[in-house]
Design a protein around this ligand. Structure first.
Ligand code: SF4
Length: 290
């Protein structure tokens, strides 16, 4: 049984089990390939309106160019992660009946998918907040918020679509920031060379060279680290919530104890086998070359 770090005897809320927040494309009706729209860009080779299936989607909901997405200009597809919303909506909320079998349900199914993805992403972060804090009250609050979100997702379609997601988001954000401050403070105490580097929430750090830096405890929430050279840097205790890591170079970086890093952020970056990752994340397939 998984337990609360602040209270080892407390059972982990099922909603905060990250295993259920991993995509299971085999049990999804390709909702990410239909619900969202995208524009022709460096990430997508064509325009696609929201609610319409991608032209590369096969009748069995698989992708006909799955093995060559990047060379074919669909890098965005390799970055996306639904946090397990696809199978939750396809199998849980819609009982395994696809939008092809029931076209009348399409709009609600896609709306539910967008809402559940947001909620599951919050659960992903809350699971980490609960694990990283040493404050039992904060850990309890993270658990309660997780349970609330879990009930909302499992409470049926009408309840889900009526949910005030923004209000929940504000509560989650407050808890995440509280844990961030606690974690970062512990690393500030140990020192770090980020204080003079102009780093901070939302900082414009596009293309900067931070190679080999000790960025322990830095607050990089929402920072623009696009194409930054972050190789061999230490991100222990660094808050990376929503940081834009597109094309950031992470080869040899130590991200194992970073805070709020997600799989889509890693998928958008480049790295190497020497990059140290948090336990719940995996090395993107395109990383093996650096
Ligand atoms: S290219 Fe493939 S993975 Fe990307 S949206 Fe189209 S069908 Fe889905």
């Amino acid at each position: 049984m998984q337990t609360n770090s602040a209270n080892p005897s407390a059972p982990l809320s099922p909603a905060l089990d990250r295993q259920s927040l991993r995509p299971d494309c085999g049990n999804c009706f390709a909702l990410c390939c239909t619900a969202f729209g995208f524009s022709r860009s460096a990430d997508f080779a064509l325009d696609k309106p929201a609610g319409a299936p991608c032209q590369n989607l096969a009748p069995d909901f698989s992708c006909t160019i799955h093995t060559s997405l990047r060379p074919r200009g669909f890098r965005g597809c390799t970055v996306f992660d639904c946090f397990g919303a696809g199978q939750k909506v396809s199998q849980g909320l819609f009982g395994g009946t696809s939008w092809r079998e029931d076209p009348g349900a399409k709009d609600q199914m896609f709306a539910a998918f967008k809402a559940v993805r947001q909620l599951h992403e919050m659960l992903w972060y809350l699971a980490e907040a609960r694990r990283r804090t040493f404050d039992p009250d904060v850990a309890h609050r993270a658990m309660e918020l997780g349970a609330t979100i879990g009930r909302a997702v499992d409470g049926g379609l009408q309840q889900l679509l009526a949910l005030d997601v923004q209000d929940l988001h504000a509560q989650v954000r407050s808890t995440l920031m509280e844990v961030s401050a606690e974690v970062r403070a512990s690393y500030f105490a140990a020192g770090g060379d980020h204080l003079d580097a102009g780093l901070g929430p939302g900082a414009d750090l596009m293309g900067v060279n931070l190679r080999g830096r000790r960025l322990c405890g830095a607050d990089l929430r929402g920072a623009y680290l696009i194409a930054a050279d972050l190789r061999d840097s230490d991100f222990s205790g660094a808050d990376l919530l929503g940081a834009d890591l597109r094309d950031a170079r992470l080869g040899g970086a130590d991200l194992s104890a970073s805070l709020y890093l997600t799989q889509p952020q890693l998928n958008a970056a480049t790295g190497s086998r020497a990059t140290r990752l948090p336990a719940d994340l995996v090395m993107p397939p395109h990383w093996h070359r650096e």
